[in-house]
Design a protein around this ligand. Structure first.
Ligand code: AVJ
Ligand code: FE
Length: 419
């Protein structure tokens, strides 16, 4: 248990350092709403603390509520993002003091941690990191530079074959024994797939430019009917944050730079990914196809936690907000899955063709608002995490979801086709 407590304390501290960096702005910037799609950053900050209080102090340690009157303000279901700036939110100084107090009590309570509550710690650490990624998307929507520090992440690029063949056969999807796994990743179950091909690497900005330049945005043939509706209601002809001034440029955290054509495309919605795939004579992979390509080791008949094995290895994927952009397509050959597919974790979230549903045998844990309320045809599953995702919230079984029109998230895609 001691090693576990130490790990939780270290992970909570690391997450908090990042939350502080992402909120090291003037008070005015913290309370401003950059887009109706996002919360004011000060909401995320206090919400992180409130969630931690609910689960680690009240639920796990039986501590009395500190400020029950603020719970409603930070309940994501009571107040949609667009309405959050008009709430009587804790001002930045008070929000910081509140989350500090919660954290101090949590660290004190670690001595009494009961093994059956370990998942709640895993959940709270991942929750803070998920909001850190969301806050980063808010930063990307701002027009002014952000207090972010870009670290170098060396990545060797070696040649690759465009597609990888995945032979027909069953594999293990999901998990029943990963201690960090959310309810929606459970339980492990066998899925039998016919043979298919999947792109070895994600679709690059250069690939995507060819779609743009061949008139893809104006050709109804490539679009899902609802995608075509979306396209016609909007003046879009390129990924979000791209614009053309003679050459293609992109805005990234408040600075403008040429679009790097050898990086995975990001900030495209599901409809754009789906249209590109049809234009390319392919389709998006199903969620099961993505997961089989990412973790199934046919030689050992075993499903892996990471594409390269069961242990996290630094330097095999672009995760954790070190680099503030995806890595060159073809990077991290040592991070490839047993099938030889690359860049499955990190770089960009990858849209799949699958709607978000519970696996056979799904059971809510620990609360139905984490996943169950989102099951249905409205949300598409994304896999693999982005460069902005923390390694502790990323594994081959992790499932993310969003509306098919969302572009501010760090999402791209790769294509697949049936054999
Ligand atoms: C899993 C990323 C879709 O941000 O809406 C955060 C994670 N759940 N707070 C989200 C989450 C509750 C969730 N996603
Ligand atoms: Fe949350």
């Amino acid at each position: 248990m001691d090693a576990l407590r130490e790990r939780f304390a270290a992970e909570l501290t690391a997450a908090r350092e990042r939350s502080h960096l992402l909120t090291s702005l003037d008070d005015g910037d913290l309370v401003t709403q950059v887009s109706p799609l996002m919360s004011p950053l000060v909401w995320d900050l206090a919400h992180i603390g409130n969630y931690e209080e609910l689960w680690l102090l009240r639920a796990a340690a039986g501590v009395e509520p500190m400020r029950p009157e603020i719970d409603g303000l930070y309940d994501a279901f009571e107040h949609p993002r667009a309405s959050r700036p008009s709430l009587p939110l804790l001002p930045p100084g008070e929000a910081r003091a509140y989350i500090r107090t919660v954290r101090d009590k949590v660290l004190d309570s670690l001595d009494g941690l009961r093994p059956e509550n370990a998942f709640l710690f895993e959940m709270v650490v991942q929750h803070e990191h998920q909001h850190d990624e969301t806050m980063l998307a808010t930063h990307q929507l701002r027009r002014t530079p952000s207090p972010l520090i870009e670290k170098d992440l060396p990545a060797d690029v070696t040649p690759w074959l465009p597609e990888t063949r995945i032979p027909a056969g069953p594999f293990t999807m999901g998990t029943s024994d990963d201690p960090s796994a959310y309810d929606n990743e459970r339980p492990a179950h066998r899925v039998d797939l016919p043979e298919y091909f999947i792109d070895t690497v994600p679709v690059s900005n250069g690939d995507y430019l060819a779609f743009i330049e061949s008139g893809g945005y104006d050709d109804e043939r490539w679009w899902h009917p609802r995608g075509w509706e979306w396209r016609q209601g909007k003046k879009v002809g390129a990924p979000a944050f791209w614009f053309k001034e003679g050459v293609w440029l992109r805005r990234r955290f408040g600075t403008v730079e040429p679009v790097p054509f050898d990086q995975p495309v990001q900030h495209v919605c599901w409809y754009e990914a789906d249209a590109y795939a049809r234009w390319a004579g392919k389709r998006l992979p199903t969620e099961a196809e993505w997961e089989k390509a990412a973790r199934w080791d046919p030689a050992r008949e075993k499903a892996l936690r990471y594409p390269w094995g069961d242990e996290y290895v630094h330097g095999r994927a672009n995760l954790g907000q070190g680099r503030l952009q995806p890595s060159t397509v073809g990077s991290f050959p040592r991070g490839a899955s047993p099938s030889g597919v690359r860049q499955l974790l990190g770089d960009v979230w990858e849209w799949t063709s699958t709607d978000f549903h519970g696996y056979p045998g799904f059971r809510v844990h620990p609360y139905k608002e984490y996943s169950e309320v989102f099951f249905g045809p409205d949300y598409k599953v994304l896999r693999g995490g982005s460069w902005a995702t923390d390694p502790s919230a990323c594994r081959t079984t992790f499932r993310n979801w969003d509306y098919p029109i969302r572009r501010q998230i760090f999402a791209g895609f790769r294509c697949a086709r049936s054999a």
